[in-house]
Design a binder for this molecule. Structure first.
Ligand SMILES: [Zn+2]
Ligand SMILES: [Zn+2]
Length: 233
């Protein structure tokens, strides 16, 4: 079994590798949280998943593998979260009795890199975000930076316009007293899936991209074959 000193050094190594992305909750026995991103994450428009992993070891570490859990995840539904944890736990078993904190984080980066694509259908129109076979056509889509939920650019813009119209009609009902407040709120919206607040500038770029074509919004079924992905920092 590794000495306590070795384990402490290993925690320092994780800190050295992950820098500000690593938070040491306790250095012995180790309990850390690490912000993990897929490998393409230097280009934030190409990043669709990320996770904050908690790794908590006992005094028996490393002969007993640490517990790995998800603190926060973006862009991963429950089944993909479970998959990620299962892979890391089995890696931990495989590495039993070796110091493994860095290796587990690297494994997580690997899994996330393979899962770095938006999943499933556009929540607004229920058509796929990405065509299943590469030759199939797909519409441009974008993600909200606050939660990484993805939508067809057209769909989220349509949704945004609807939100604006609702606001305007409410504003005229409640007259001038609340005007100040409503202009301030105008820049914000809530994600139609998780209700997290997003900024208007999140979808502004999608607007720019789609114009001047927004007047004849194509149905996703007959959309042109754009593969451009819009994302913003
Ligand atoms: Zn859609
Ligand atoms: Zn969301």
């Amino acid at each position: 079994m590794a000495a306590e000193e070795d384990v402490r050094l290993e925690v320092e190594a994780v800190q050295a590798v992950y820098g500000a992305d690593c938070i040491v909750i306790r250095d012995f026995p180790p309990h850390v949280s690490v912000h993990i991103r897929p490998r393409t994450a230097e280009d934030s428009s190409q990043q669709f998943v990320e996770v904050i992993l908690g790794i908590k070891a006992s005094k028996q570490y490393p002969s007993t593998p640490p517990r790995v859990y998800i603190v926060e995840a973006k862009g991963l539904d429950e089944s993909r979260q479970t998959y990620l944890i299962t892979i890391i736990q089995s890696k931990a078993l495989e590495l039993s009795s070796c110091l493994m904190l860095v290796a587990l984080c690297e494994e997580a980066v690997e899994v996330l890199s393979n899962m770095n694509h938006p999943e499933g259908n556009c929540p607004l129109c229920l058509y796929p975000l990405v065509a299943k076979d590469k030759t199939g056509s797909s519409l441009p889509f974008m993600k909200l930076m606050s939660c990484y939920h993805c939508f067809h650019s057209e769909c989220i813009i349509r949704f945004w316009k609807w939100v604006q119209e609702e606001r305007e009609s409410k504003a005229t009902e409640t007259a001038t007293a609340t005007n100040l407040e409503s202009t301030r709120d105008q820049q914000k919206g809530n994600c139609p899936v998780c209700r997290k607040v997003f900024d208007e500038k999140d979808i502004e770029h999608a607007h720019e991209y789609l114009e001047p074509d927004t007047s004849c919004m194509a149905s996703p079924l007959y959309g042109e074959s754009f593969s451009l992905v819009l994302g913003f920092d």
